[in-house]
Design a protein around this ligand. Structure first.
Ligand code: HEM
Length: 509
């Protein structure tokens, strides 16, 4: 990142030109001239004067794994806004929904997140193109507008549902088979590997319009390798948030070598899948009879270059595995801890099925509590610890002036656990999302605005369909007293295996 602090500190800033900027110019200047209420950037509390010392302390606290807890603790120490500098990475951190609204208003026309240098360094190193995840500016916007139509617009839901429904049914059949094999009418296991496969099968079936066959007993070793590579890719990214990858590359550090190997595995598998569809399309002339998947739709649309399509499809594939699978694992964990709630959700699903006569697209409109459960999971166990934006205009938050260009982070994990924002935050209560109480800038698990998660519709549909099928078929239980915390591996993941028991509601097939 990397504009020096010295430029940012001056309270009298030349504001970046932009559509939304002009309105705030008078507001900020006015605030300065009207009173002494607005305090300068340099007075924001926090530890930002010595990045190297902070990095050392961070490392001592095992901060690479505890980033979310350290953030929570910092909000407790410094209040709802603090400034920090760890290594070469510096930001202003906020926690309140009302402040999040101010932040997102200042994100400009080309919202920009924290630059993950490890990821861009790999692409530059291997001479691979950036996709929508890593692009910025007009290049990002023009690609994103085209991708939005094929991946996140409401009209594509009807195409995705039958594909995801088939994967959901196969997952259930697989669990029934596993239960039968135990001979005990139940299956006690760490479901994470099965969920990774479910997630990859789901996202691939939407992207390629084809099944990879991951719900079978024997699976393609390349697909299993791809799954392993994603986990390693995330895990090796977090240390490189604080130590420049260029330096690690120079000294031949293991973390950099592992990172490169992981991305190589991801790109090789995605290349194979993409090449396969590309070849098929060239062989089969004419319009396909059924929905051919996102990749083929993009190729036929012919509005993005093949290289751009390949880069973004690879990112969608890589972004679509650990995110949904871990959210589903946490949801099953919470349902196992709350058996009565589990029954409530089951009753909602049964009523929805009766009302919609089994039409899945219709059924998805009648499961508000299931949707609330997913929101509640993302509140307590968000995939992303924070949302970040480089602001494009000066703003005032908590009476502090923050100049344009600053990286501002909204602590999602901390906000989700703040009793001022969510009464009794420690309680898992999906119904809190049904009530009329304000949800203003509170449901942000997928991010916000034009830069929000591109895979959101795939993820939500895939997770809802999964829960419908699981609730209709199995009771989920867990051992008592087995509390599981999160650990930071760029995304938040369970710190130890979550062991669950699945019991069939009816005699197992
Ligand atoms: C529970 C599941 C998921 C969660 C919680 C999640 C969360 C997020 C968040 C917080 C962001 C950043 C948004 C922002 O800065 O405002 C993001 C970006 C993104 N996600 Fe997801 N995600 C999930 C699943 C997926 C899936 C399934 C895919 C692919 C199919 C995906 C692909 C992406 C991509 C490509 C971006 C970058 C978009 C851009 O920069 O324009 N995500 N996601």
């Amino acid at each position: 990142m990397m504009v020096g602090w010295s430029v940012w500190r001056s309270p009298v800033m030349v504001l970046t030109a932009g559509v939304r900027c002009s309105s705030s110019v008078p507001a900020v200047r006015q605030a300065y001239s009207d009173s002494n209420m607005v305090r300068p950037f340099s007075e924001i509390p926090g530890l930002w004067k010595n990045g190297a010392a902070n990095l050392y302390n961070f490392w001592k606290l095992d901060g690479f794994k505890n980033l979310h807890r350290i953030m929570l603790q910092n909000f407790n120490t410094f209040g709802p806004i603090y400034r920090e500098k760890v290594g070469y990475y510096e930001s202003v951190n906020i926690i309140n929904p009302e402040d999040a609204a101010i932040l997102f208003k200042a994100e400009g026309n080309y919202p920009k997140r924290l630059k993950v240098e490890a990821w861009t360094s790999y692409r530059d190193y291997r001479n691979r193109k950036y996709g929508v995840l890593l692009k910025n500016g007009e290049d990002w916007r023009s690609n994103r507008v085209i991708l939005n139509k094929e991946v996140i617009s409401p009209k594509v839901l009807g195409n995705f549902v039958p594909l995801l429904e088939e994967v959901g049914q196969d997952f259930v059949a697989r669990v029934h088979k596993k239960i039968m094999r135990t001979g005990q009418n139940k299956w006690t296991t760490d479901l994470s590997q099965e969920l990774f496969k479910y997630a990859l099968e789901s996202v691939s079936s939407v992207l390629y319009g084809e099944r990879l066959g991951l719900m079978l007993d024997y699976i393609d070793p390349e697909a299993q390798h791809f799954i392993n590579c994603i986990t390693v890719m995330f895990k090796t990214t977090s240390p490189m948030l604080y130590i420049p990858p260029a330096l690690l590359r120079k000294v031949g550090a293991k973390v950099w070598r592992d990172h490169v190997e992981a991305w190589d595995g991801i790109f090789n598998q995605a290349d194979r899948c993409i090449h396969n569809i590309y070849r098929q399309l060239r062989l089969e002339a004419g319009t396909p009879k059924k929905y051919p998947g996102v990749l083929a739709s993009l190729l036929m649309l012919d509005k993005l270059s093949i290289e751009d399509i390949k880069a973004s499809i690879t990112e969608l594939m890589a972004g679509g595995v650990d995110t949904t699978s871990i959210t589903l694992l946490w949801t099953l964990y919470e349902l196992a801890r709350h058996p009565n709630l589990q029954e409530e959700l089951r009753a909602e699903v049964a009523a929805a099925r009766a009302e919609s006569q089994g039409d899945m697209l219709e059924m998805l409109k009648h499961i508000p509590l299931v949707k609330g459960a997913l929101k509640e999971t993302l509140r307590l166990h968000p995939v992303a610890v924070s949302l970040q934006r480089y602001i494009t205009e000066d703003i005032i938050i908590q009476n502090y002036h923050i100049p344009a260009g600053t990286l501002v982070q909204l602590g999602l994990y901390a906000m989700g656990r703040d009793p001022k924002v969510f009464p009794r935050p420690e309680q898992y209560q999906p119904s809190r999302w049904l009530r009329t109480e304000t949800h203003y800038f509170r449901s942000l698990g997928f991010g916000f605005g034009p830069r929000q998660c591109l895979g959101r519709r795939i993820a939500e549909t895939e997770m809802q369909i999964f829960l419908i099928h699981m609730l209709e078929n199995f009771r989920v239980e867990k051992e008592r007293h087995a509390e599981v915390q999160s650990t930071f591996e760029l995304i938040l993941v369970p710190e130890k295996p979550i062991i669950l028991t699945l019991k069939p509601l009816h005699i197992s097939r």
